[in-house]
Ligand binder design. Sequence first.
Ligand SMILES: Cc1ncc(COP(=O)(O)O)c(C=O)c1O
Length: 359
Amino acid sequence: MIPVTKPFLPPIEEYQPYVKDIWDRQWLTNNGPLVNELELRLKQYLDLPHILYLSSGTIALQIAIRALDLHGEIITTPFSFIATTSSILWEGCKPVFVDICPETLNIDVSKIEDAITPHTSAILATHVYGNPCDIDAIDALAQKHNLKVIYDAAHCFGTKYKGKSVYGYGDISVASFHATKLYHTIEGGAVFTSCPELLKKMAFMRNFGFNGPEEFACLGINGKNCELHAAMGLVNLKYADAILEKRRELFAYYTEMLKGLDMKQQVIQKNTQYNHAYYPIILPSEDLLVRMVEMLNAHWIFPRRYFYPSLHTLSFVDRCECENCLDISKRVLCLPLHNDLSKEELHLVIRIMLRVQNY
Ligand SMILES: Cc1ncc(COP(=O)(O)O)c(C=O)c1O
């Protein structure tokens, strides 16, 4: 079987000593030493001033929305994972969808201003598949209209924009370290900010709001992560550069071998060091996509329609027009891409796709 993605697993011998130490210490969670060490190592690796390691990317989004005290309308993209929209709703705000640019697949900044109303409090944009949004234009708009900016950077481990980790932009950036991501801690996520006050607030929020054993600084939630997950993060961090390099090679190989396929690819933002997190292709029609998926599945190959359906069509959001997203989401397919994938497997995927197209 060739799945769309597969969690990276380091040699078990490297994880076991951490497990033994955890057993010896009997400290499993609640701001343990491995969580602290992971935060330190990630800050060093990413060269960023602050990070809070959390239980998931979704809780990170929710904490970010709370910490910025957002209310009313949040402008967002319909082309993302469900958690981008659901966290807005979960926090009692209203998602206002702005269509995407059909080339970068990120929110179309030229359409944001028309969507701003007196109720707008923020922009929550996703760097889709690890491709940075038009960060400079979004920042300029946010300043002009006094809006906060959260970036859903769930796909962005390893991506740099203008030489700096893309997690370093926006009022708050959010990462996911879920097992399917190129760098993972099994389950996990993080918030990044350059603002010490926001950091402090979010640190209280991730631990029920506790400020000492008998005092609460604010309303909080359980957003903590545990020692076993942090241990996986510490071991996996040693492999991050090799994983990024392997992805780059596989990505280049796909591109070379798929030259004969009638498809478009996402345009990557300028000044970007891209992490090759996914291999999305945009096919000419949904019909061709469905036929390709069926044929690949028949050979036990499982690409994924990601992101589909478009979030503005969900039954629990207000309907609106987002033509580009509606169209792209029907024609986009993420091909298998993971660290264990061999060139032979990749070749099989490519051969089948070309055969379906030429049939
Ligand atoms: C764009 C995006 N945002 C948020 C999330 C949620 O992250 P998590 O699964 O860590 O909660 C994901 C997960 O795949 C994602 O792709």
